[in-house]
Ligand binder design. Structure first.
Ligand code: ADP
Ligand code: MG
Length: 231
């Protein structure tokens, strides 16, 4: 069984509906969807050790099968630059989570590479009862959430369709660069769309997924948060 199938089998066996972020990012990695490097710490000393290996600054995040929206419960701390900041953030996250959900099962604390700020895009997939999986694209923040400036295609998509999805959103000129915003790596986004299409076609048990945000650079891109929800 492939690594991805193993993860899905484990999630089903444990009667969970969504993958933990490290599981979702392992799936991304298997499908060549670029992610931020990560490790799961079980205690403060381990978190500090991993931060040194990954390189400062880092981000700490709660890993719990009971928490899908991590920052809503104070479960995400970004831009940590020293061992002391990690220790404090580690404790604060556990405290915040316990306050919101006293009985939350804690798997560990995710230590991950802090991706530098850049233009944010979102790639998603949903399942239509008639057409099957469809792929969604948009720019992050207000573009998707307020303006609903998104594009959709039924999967599987071709390279031409992936490019169309990117160029047809109204915010597309921002990806080409604008004033102080540098141009972004459109090929990297095309590849993420194609690989996401491949993933949902090969794993029909996926009900929906969203990679939000993906930070796109002049060269390359990085998925900072990945959610995968099963049927
Ligand atoms: P949530 O479950 O609340 O959606 P996220 O993992 O998306 O949690 O984290 C919340 C926000 O923190 C992200 O939208 C992003 O702005 C920032 N963030 C999270 N991880 C990173 C990272 N590795 N590098 C840079 N920023 C990050
Ligand atoms: Mg998120």
């Amino acid at each position: 069984m492939s690594r991805v199938s193993e993860i899905f089998a484990k999630v089903k066996k444990e009667r969970r509906k969504f993958l933990l972020e490290p599981e979702a990012k392992t799936v991304c990695n298997e499908y060549k969807i670029p992610i931020t490097e990560f490790k799961i710490a079980k205690n403060e000393a381990e978190a500090i050790k991993f931060a040194k290996q990954i390189g400062y600054p880092v981000v700490l995040k709660i890993v719990s099968p009971n928490i899908i929206h991590k920052s809503d419960v104070g479960g995400v701390m970004v831009n940590l630059k020293t061992a002391k900041e990690i220790r404090d953030a580690y404790r604060q996250i556990l405290k915040n989570v316990k306050k919101h959900k006293a009985d939350a099962k804690i798997v560990g604390i995710l230590v991950q590479e802090m991706a530098p700020k850049s233009t944010e895009v979102i790639v998603g997939a949903t399942k239509d009862p008639q057409f099957g999986p469809a792929i969604m694209f948009g720019l992050g923040g207000i573009f998707v959430e307020v303006l609903k400036d998104v594009s959709f295609r039924v999967a599987p998509i071709t390279e031409d369709e992936a490019l169309e999805m990117i160029t047809e959103v109204k915010a597309y000129p921002l990806l080409k660069g604008y004033r102080n915003i540098p141009p972004t790596d459109i090929d990297a986004i095309v590849n993420i769309l194609l690989n996401t299409s491949k993933l949902v076609m090969e794993h029909q048990e996926i009900k929906e997924l969203d990679f939000n945000p993906i930070l796109v650079y002049e060269k390359g891109a990085k998925t900072v948060d990945a959610r995968i929800i099963l049927e």
